[in-house]
Design a binder for this molecule. Structure first.
Ligand code: GLU
Length: 449
């Protein structure tokens, strides 16, 4: 990899060397560094104080054994992680991911992204991430509960409402947060609501948290469209994934008049030219926890299932990758461009490969990076913490209005910053630079810690 100014290049080389084999982490660091050239030119103090080098080294990394017993009585051993990346702006904040692909490189990429995303929200939250290589697929409720209890039996000592506040990510939703919170409460003998977010409504959760990442991504795209004097009305949209982010992105797109013609899961994708029926997707994915192919059995008629991972072959004007990292490669990006796609916004974390981003930018496709576009999830987590701290709870409408305002502010911050650094309309530069400056200034104020 090249194209970085000397000082940043040295930092990148050091990160790659010290974190050997962690490809996703290298990718996320490189992506941020490519935006920082004009910043270090204007503000050499960030280099002199080594604030960038410090940002690339987590404050603390925890790796631990998670033993549990499955329903057949067999002992299972998983590996748990929590990377506490940066707490200059507030307690470490970021989700837990349960997926067999989880290893230190994935947790570090997610934690690194989270620093800048959380900074961009303007809220008092640092960056962290965690998870385990546990595969929830096909596991019973009881197995998931035992796993969560074992994980928390180690993790609790590192958490606290002023220290580190996990939430969900892939494979971790309200059910898992419930088991984790129950175990935390039992061990500590404290009803410390603010220690986890994504809680249920009857035990300290916030309205809109479930919907927030998907809704927020669509609010962000709506701002992009508004800036072009356009709307969602009548637009063809493809959303990858069919988990929490995708489902609520689809819901909001439909509310705003767009038509979602395809969505997917790891087994393939469904195309429904009339527009996907969200109730059926919710039934298949949230209630049955089944494969997306079941959608077609229920829906019948016009819909069809394709057993292939490339949902990006379906023509659309707006594409929202909401599944997982590196799900759009260079070829897939080219197909999207050829088929007339004009806006891409990342609902997932780093779903577009560096090649894909390069092709979108060259082709004049508006590209919104995840750390801006999907920040609504963690922003609403911060709203949940605010409600917990004041022992209050707000209505759905009030919370949604705040989320929309936050997304509008992030959008504007990206554009203003991109302008200020000579790259008008470049959301990648705007998000990376604005996110970086807020956290870097806080780090400088706090001294060498
Ligand atoms: N996992 C989500 C993200 O990628 C949310 C994190 C949180 O709410 O703390 O931002």
């Amino acid at each position: 990899m090249n194209g970085l100014p000397d000082k940043l290049h040295d930092i990148y080389e050091e990160v790659a060397r010290r974190n050997a084999g962690e490809a996703e982490f290298h990718q996320s660091v490189y992506e941020v560094l490519t935006s920082l050239g004009p910043v270090v030119q204007k503000h050499p103090e960030y280099v002199d104080s080594e604030v960038i080098r410090r940002l690339c080294e987590p404050e603390r990394q925890i790796i631990f054994r998670v033993p549990w017993v499955d329903d057949r009585g067999t002992v299972q051993i998983n590996r748990g992680f929590r990377v506490e990346f940066n707490s200059a702006l507030g307690p470490f904040k970021g989700g837990l991911r349960f997926h067999p692909s989880v290893y230190l490189g994935i947790v570090k990429f997610l934690g690194f992204e989270q620093i800048f995303k959380n900074s961009l929200t303007g809220m008092p939250i640092g960056g962290g991430k965690g998870g385990a290589d546990f595969d929830p697929k096909g596991r019973s409720d009881n197995e998931v509960m035992r796993f969560c209890q074992s994980l928390m039996t180690e993790l609790y000592r590192h958490l606290g409402e002023y220290t580190d506040v996990p939430a969900g990510d892939i494979g971790v939703g309200q059910r898992e947060i419930g088991y984790l919170f129950g175990q935390y409460k039992r061990i500590t003998n404290r009803y410390e609501s603010g220690v986890l977010t994504g809680k249920g409504m009857t035990w300290g959760g916030s309205q809109v948290r479930t919907e927030a990442t998907g809704y927020g991504t669509v609010f962000f795209v709506n701002e992009i469209l508004k800036a072009k004097n356009d709307t969602f009305e009548g637009k063809r949209v493809v959303v990858s994934g069919s988990g929490n982010v995708a489902i609520y992105a689809i819901e909001k797109i439909q509310e705003l008049g767009g038509t979602v013609v395809a969505c997917s899961d790891s087994s393939g994708f469904v195309v429904d030219e009339k527009g996907v029926d969200l109730d059926i997707i919710k039934e298949v994915k949230e209630v049955r926890r089944a494969r997306i192919a079941d959608y077609v059995d229920i829906r019948g008629g016009a819909a069809h299932f394709v057993e292939d991972r490339n949902v990006w072959s379906v023509p659309c004007e707006i594409a929202l990758p909401c599944a997982t990292q590196n799900e759009i490669n260079g070829d897939e990006a080219r197909a999207l461009i050829t088929n007339g796609c004009r806006v891409v916004a990342e609902g997932a974390n780093m779903p577009c490969s560096p090649d894909a981003v390069k092709y979108f930018t060259e082709a004049g496709v508006t590209f919104a990076p995840g750390k801006a576009a999907n920040a609504g999830g963690v922003a609403t987590s911060a709203l949940e913490m605010q409600q917990n701290a004041s022992r209050d709870s707000w209505t759905f409408a009030d919370t949604e209005m705040r989320l929309e305002q936050i997304m509008r502010r992030i959008h504007n911050r990206c554009l203003v910053t991109a302008d200020e650094y000579g790259q008008p309309g470049n959301y990648v530069a705007g998000a990376n630079i604005a996110g970086f400056i807020r956290v870097a200034d806080a780090m400088l104020s706090l001294g060498l810690v």
